[in-house]
Design a protein around this ligand. Structure first.
Ligand SMILES: [Zn+2]
Length: 189
């Protein structure tokens, strides 16, 4: 059975057995929280458990590294939609120790793309059209700095609702222990 079949088979039983009933809730986060975190596989169940977040409690936005680089990019848009349209009023950026984005080298990633069959010409064309692959594919060297940078982008965003706390943390991917990096309450005027 391939992954698609496994998922569809399980899904049929899940719905038939009404296993969804325990998860029923609405689209508004009960705890009024937006979490931006990493797509790391170790955090799938661990992070909500470690923060005591249940279905319906929080908006959880994920990407590689919990990094926010663009004030007008996709992640920031999701944060703003959660804050303006979905009744959230507090932001938590939660990166983690041992992240796959630590020390990612854009040249190595491009090398892997070439190995997997992407033509050198495609890379050149993108670079010539102004796509800065090096910037786009850069991870981070320092976890704390990366979290602080992301927190600053959100906190200084011209469209952030006034008095929105923006916290920064790092979670340990084995124990779920949280290190507080930025206490967003401290920065409220
Ligand atoms: Zn990660």
């Amino acid at each position: 059975m391939n992954n698609l079949e496994k998922i569809l088979n399980h899904n049929k039983a899940f719905v038939e057995n009404k296993e969804y009933e325990q998860y029923l809730t609405d689209k508004f986060p009960n705890r009024k929280i937006v979490v931006v975190t990493c797509m790391d596989t170790r955090l799938v169940e661990l992070l909500p458990k470690a923060l005591n977040l249940k279905n319906g409690d929080a908006k959880i936005i994920k990407n590689a590294g919990a990094i926010i680089t663009q004030p007008f990019g996709n992640i920031m848009r999701s944060v703003l939609v959660a804050l303006y349209e979905l009744k959230a009023d507090e932001v938590f950026i939660i990166a983690h120790h041992g992240c796959g984005m630590t020390g990612i080298d854009p040249n190595t990633v491009v090398g892997h793309m070439l190995e997997r069959g992407i033509a050198e010409q495609t890379i050149d064309t993108l670079r010539n059209s102004g796509v800065d692959l090096n910037r786009w594919l850069t991870g981070f060297d320092n976890l704390r700095e990366s979290v602080e940078k992301s927190v600053n982008i959100v906190r200084n965003h011209p469209l952030l609702p006034p008095n929105t706390p923006v916290h920064g943390m790092a979670i340990h991917p084995d124990t779920g222990a949280l290190d507080l990096i930025v206490d967003g309450y401290q920065h409220l005027k």
